[in-house]
Design a protein around this ligand. Structure first.
Ligand code: PLP
Length: 420
């Protein structure tokens, strides 16, 4: 057997034996029985050198593309000099990144705590809200996704991921997304915070209505509850602005970030809040901490990533490319009305909703055969997401569109054969 084929076979075997047999079966079934090997821009190459256009993008991680040369160069320099912190001396990279986040986040958000993932950022945000308000209750949305650690899971909105782990945090409640009346019925004087995504990513790319976030802001102010906006998936240019809440003119009390903050290179998350709220950490500065969070390597990469996002106008690129791609994808709705229910999104966070989840899975498999990676959203398997690196080229988008046209034809043929 050829060496590379042997590596693929052994890797899949090891997944079956040591990592996650269910996931291994799923990937094999979905025409994805290969090993990822290299990445550049919007492309990922497998071990055989075959190029996939990556419209999953690690669920929205590669905002500056894979292996952006400036970010890689900065990472190598920091890696060789001082990747991890003593945790006692001052960490310049952390200070610089926090300063830049204070400059680019909206309103008076000023202080940052750095961690290693989106879920950890949400955990910190929930703890900060409890500490500041001295209240316990959290309100969030049905179909929301905030991570899979216990606190983040407690405020997430899909039972299938929650039920096996109950009891979770007490005093949490979920209301339908985009419904201000339902929201106003549950926010009260006991509410520590409302946590909401401007666009529900895993919920199926559900975009907040223009009045929704301002309405929640008003309700939070009325009852003295904090507003946590979870920008883990929508932040850092993805939706056509640096932060999605800017489309709505709303400033949160706490913002959570992760995914793209690590430049597509490293894990890095953060929660950011105001000086007034941050005062509660003053009495005991170690009340919330993380050994590896905010390490110099990740923060150096985060800072370079933010500079690249700004200097290369990446949010604007996402807006323009998103308009192009969503227009083309919406065109397919007219050609395949029996398959596609709706195409929606903002910037390069786009969802294509099918009438049936099996159709969505078939479509993803057809796309993989044509070397384009797409996947369904975690809380709504009828929706196929498009979250490519924001640096995707027009030529690559046209390849995606061509693959989509052929894949939809392929799916139509299968469905017609099954119905005969
Ligand atoms: N919040 C949102 C909005 C997310 O989309 C995700 C992950 O998809 C998370 C939090 C959790 O992030 P992580 O998977 O890095 O823990």
């Amino acid at each position: 057997m050829e060496e590379k084929e042997k590596i693929v076979e052994e890797t899949i075997e090891k997944y079956m034996k040591y990592v996650n047999p269910g996931f291994a079966r799923l990937c094999k079934f979905a025409n994805l029985a290969t090993v990822e090997w290299e990445g550049k821009g919007a492309k990922v190459f497998d071990i055989f050198g075959r190029a996939y256009i990556d419209c999953i993008g690690g669920f929205g991680v590669f905002n500056v593309g894979r292996n952006h040369p400036r970010v890689v160069e900065r990472a190598i320099e920091q890696l060789q000099r001082l990747p991890l912190s003593t945790r006692t001396l001052f960490n310049k990279q952390q200070a610089d990144l926090a300063e830049m986040l204070a400059q680019i986040t909206p309103g008076n958000l000023q202080y940052s705590f750095f961690c290693n993932s989106g879920a950890e950022a949400v955990e910190g945000a929930l703890k900060l809200a409890r500490l500041y308000t001295k209240r316990k209750k959290f309100v969030s949305c049905i179909n929301s996704f905030h991570g899979k650690t216990m606190g983040a899971l407690s405020v997430s909105g899909r039972d299938v991921y929650k039920k096996p782990f109950e009891p979770l945090l007490p005093e949490t409640c979920q209301v339908p997304f985009n419904d201000l009346e339902e929201m106003s019925a549950v926010i009260d004087q006991d509410t520590a915070a409302v946590i909401v995504e401007p666009i529900q990513g895993e919920g199926g790319i559900n975009v907040a209505a223009p009045e929704y976030l301002p309405g929640i802001r008003e309700l939070c102010d009325r009852y003295g509850a904090l507003l946590i906006i979870d920008e883990v998936q929508t932040g850092l240019g993805r939706t056509g602005k640096m932060f999605a809440c800017e489309h709505y003119g709303v400033v949160p009390d706490i913002m959570t970030l992760a995914k793209g903050l690590g430049g597509g290179l490293l894990p890095l998350g953060a929660f950011v809040s105001t000086a007034e709220i941050w005062k509660v950490f003053e009495d005991n500065p170690l009340l919330h901490s993380s050994t590896l969070g905010g390490n110099p390597l990740a923060c150096a990469v985060g800072l370079e990533t933010l500079k690249v996002l700004q200097e290369e106008n990446i949010p604007l690129q996402a807006r323009e490319k998103g308009e192009y791609l969503i227009g083309k994808l919406q065109g397919f709705q007219q050609t395949f009305p029996e398959l596609i229910k709706e195409v929606r999104g903002m910037g390069l966070l786009i969802g294509m909703e099918f009438f049936d989840s099996d159709i969505a899975s078939l479509l993803a498999m057809e796309m993989a055969e044509r070397m384009v990676l797409v996947a369904y959203t975690l809380n709504n398997p009828r929706v196929i997401r498009f979250e490519p690196p924001l640096t995707i080229t027009h030529e690559e988008m046209d390849q995606v569109i061509q693959a989509m046209a052929e894949s939809l034809q392929g799916v139509r043929k299968i469905v017609e054969e099954l119905n005969q």
